[in-house]
Design a protein around this ligand. Structure first.
Ligand code: NAD
Length: 258
């Protein structure tokens, strides 16, 4: 299927590793021009070495000055903008909500939710000039279920869904689409760390906890990040032109989080 993305100009936040890098490489494979930002300089260099056409910049999405520089540099380098993938997000603290450090609450909301606002607000004027404009915000299954001992993350990811649906309604008049993607547990280093922390709290091994977790899904597999990249490439392409305001679940039909 030709996704007609050869002229697409895309920013992917936190694109140097994990899911962001998968999305980036999928879009590059379609012929898109991609700018990634990240806070990890070594990971940015490694991503650039692997994908020489990639444009990169250091940026913490929670810092408005840093985001302003990043957007300016990206739009200049790309020669315009068609798409923002708001991928940056951190796991935040694991623990009973009343026992976590309030600074950890603040940091989680700042990166996972406010970071998306910081980037989206500065790209709107550029996206208005595109004839295939869209924003994709990474939420999580924790953005449709309660997630005990991960309250800041869950609160931020529910916030992402409300933010997305509001933007879709505000920006539709300008031909700009906005969607959220809600992955279940994605295979990779980050989810293994989360599983270990939650298993410790539950007094289980990581293997036992993973098995119990997956028993609550119809498709009992961790999510392959490639599936997320494939879905996102489709929805940002001209083929997805009427898909907006959606909270798209990629979670094996998970019924609950624990
Ligand atoms: P990750 O922890 O692997 O991190 C990916 C990148 O984010 C890293 O390169 C890191 O340096 C960068 N980063 C961290 N803080 C940043 C900041 N403030 N500004 C810019 N870059 C920053 O993440 P991931 O697992 O690839 O997750 C990507 C997105 O998907 C996140 O929004 C996450 O919440 C969401 N998500 C992940 C999972 C999962 O199981 N991994 C599940 C559901 C949703």
């Amino acid at each position: 299927m030709d996704l007609q993305l050869t002229s697409a100009k895309v920013i992917v936040t936190a694109g140097a590793s994990g899911i962001g890098l998968k999305i980036t490489e999928r879009l590059l494979a379609e012929g898109a021009s991609v700018y990634i930002c990240d806070i990890d300089v070594a990971a940015l260099e490694a991503a650039k070495e692997k994908n020489p056409s990639l444009m990169t910049g250091v940026c913490d999405v929670s810092k408005r000055d840093s985001v302003a520089n990043m957007v300016e540099q990206a739009v200049q380098g790309l020669g315009g903008l068609d798409c923002l993938i708001n991928n940056a997000g951190i796991a935040g603290p694991t623990g009973a909500f009343h026992e976590i450090d309030p600074n950890d609450w603040d940091r989680c909301i700042e990166v996972c939710l406010t970071g998306q606002f910081n980037c989206a607000r500065l790209v709107v004027d550029h996206l208005k000039k595109s004839n295939n404009a869209s924003i994709v915000n990474l939420s999580s299954a924790a953005g449709r279920f309660g997630f005990p001992n991960r309250a800041p993350y869950s609160a931020a990811k529910w916030g992402v869904v409300g933010f997305t649906k509001s933007l879709s309604m505000e920006l539709g008049a300008f031909g700009i689409r906005c969607n959220a993607v809600l992955p279940g547990p994605v295979d990779g280093a980050r989810i293994q760390a989360v599983i270990q922390e939650k298993a410790n709290i539950a007094g289980k091994t990581a293997e036992e906890f993973t098995k119990t977790w997956l028993s609550m899904a119809s498709i009992k597999e961790l999510i392959d990040p490639q599936q997320l990249a494939d879905l996102i490439a489709f929805i940002v392409s001209p083929l997805g032109r009427t898909i907006s305001g959606q909270a798209l679940n990629v979670d094996g039909d998970l019924q609950c989080l624990m």
